[in-house]
Design a protein around this ligand. Sequence first.
Ligand SMILES: Nc1ncnc2c1ncn2[C@@H]1O[C@H](COP(=O)(O)OP(=O)(O)OP(=O)(O)O)[C@@H](O)[C@H]1O
Ligand SMILES: [Mg+2]
Length: 303
Amino acid sequence: MSIIEVSHLTKDYGHGRGVFDVSINVNKGECVGFLGPNGAGKTTTIRHLMGFSKPQKGTTAILGKDSWVHAARLQNTVGYLPGEIALPAGITGTGFLKMMKQMRRIQDDSYCQMLLDKFELDPNIGTKQMSLGVKRKLAVVTAFMHDPDILILDEPTSGLDPIMQQIFIDYIVSEKKRGKTIFLSSHIFHEVDATCDRIAIIKDGKIVSHFIADELKERSDKVYRVTFKDEESYRKFTELPYQFASKNPGKLRARVHVHDEKVNQLISDIVKLNIEDFHEFPFTLEDYFMQFYREDRIFEGVK
Ligand SMILES: Nc1ncnc2c1ncn2[C@@H]1O[C@H](COP(=O)(O)OP(=O)(O)OP(=O)(O)O)[C@@H](O)[C@H]1O
Ligand SMILES: [Mg+2]
């Protein structure tokens, strides 16, 4: 049984906005990343999973329990880090943590104290006076203070400085080793690359790609950038039937996507032309992800 399950979730906000027939699951002990550009539908999916919103179609469930039906219970047990932090005013961070501890009936303070030390958070100031980073840290500590088995994190490192981001990533990796089940949304390739076993990419409310991180890294195709000395060479090259990642007539430069077995063909084609420069770029997760930010797909084959 999947621990986290989104099944054919649809929420249509009109004008093409929302999520449409989204299905994704997270098995026990897995970390799954949810990547996608702004407005793609990450938060909408996560809010349904947490039971804050009722699906128009489809279901979301945690530990086999429908999120909407069991919202109160799962909001109390799952470690949830919202994308936007709304803290109550007129209270200090310490007061807020105390309130959350009472709500969750936490007796042992040691795990919370460990988190405060790890994230270097001094919660003894009013929530109104907190900088964005301090608010985010407080939300992180609040999400994890009861040492939950299931973590659902919406862009967890946004607002954290690079050192804190790394501390957070290390923490997620160590929590995964402790057997936690994690679903996180992100824009940061390095973050998902370092933490996730599987990655789903969402765009315009639909899952457009879903893959196992290690399998993608083993791909043997590369991008080559070729710069030409004259316009005629550039034109002849860009008319060849290659899969072009980009064309830049101003700089007489093109990027082409080539599988390993076709590299010899590429070289025999370009040596006939007047080349200025030839450069190889290894495949990266970032390249793969970037294609979904651009309108036209560059890479094919992994879906
Ligand atoms: N309550 C709502 N009413 C109407 N439209 C909404 C509502 N919530 C979200 N949307 C729209 O649904 C789409 C998906 O939004 P969502 O917040 O899920 O995106 P996201 O992937 O989390 O983006 P970001 O990376 O910017 O956080 C957006 O076009 C957004 O404007
Ligand atoms: Mg969001």
